[in-house]
Design a protein around this ligand. Sequence first.
Ligand code: ZN
Length: 289
Amino acid sequence: MIEQDLLHRFLFEDLGVRGEWVKLTTSWQAAKQYQQGPQNAQLQLGQALAAVVMLSATVKFKGSMILQAQGDGDFKALVAQSTHDRKIRGLIRSNDHVPTGSLETVFGQGRLVITIEPDNAQPYQGIVPLQGKNLAAALQTYFEQSEQLKTRIWLFANETQAIGLLLQELPAQNNDQADWERIEILAGTVTEKELLELDCENLLYRLFNEEKVRLFDAEPVEFKCTCSRSRVERTLRALGEEELKDILQEQDTIEVDCEFCSQHYVFDRVDVETLLSQENVTNPSETRH
Ligand SMILES: [Zn+2]
């Protein structure tokens, strides 16, 4: 059976190296259908979604992890998000044509931001320049600079699949450099064809059959947008009463489309009055000051 929409973790128990493998099919196709843009920009989103699922499994948190690339080139922005339970969504903003090439060619001058938004705590962020031959290279730089962990990442996406493979040194261990190098060399032989055609177990066997690898149970990944009417209301409230009333001077309703899933939210005058009055009910302490 070909495994799909799954994340697998694995561990080279004696070597202090961990790994992850992800294959997205239905979830990738679902996320992509709401995004407009040239094919090469879309496929970058596939790679970013595969990456963010793997990265979300390298840290313990409850909430969302967001991988964001922003630049001043033809590809303006890419956002890929995964929750701790592997619900993914993503978006792209680009011109009609995006050149193919290094990250600088595609995005111009830009930055790669990784944000963790825990459910009940302040978000935290890591930032690196958007440089290198591809997203995998930029993420490797990110881990080397911000976490000081040796990391190798492979990302691949086509119209139907998005696939990722990650190898990383475990933190705070007295790792043997030679072990890491051997694993790196073995993994370096992986081909696009193998990533596309093999499931995790067969791929690990193909690459590391002489090594002792422990494969953990797979976790399902699915496309699910976390937008909701109450979240949109919160955003509108943040715009402020004056701004909302200005908009309603010119039009009868305020309409908001979710960029991730195209869900359409409509607020008429009564809705806006209601959401503004709710603010006073839900935040009495703020109105007192
Ligand atoms: Zn949505």
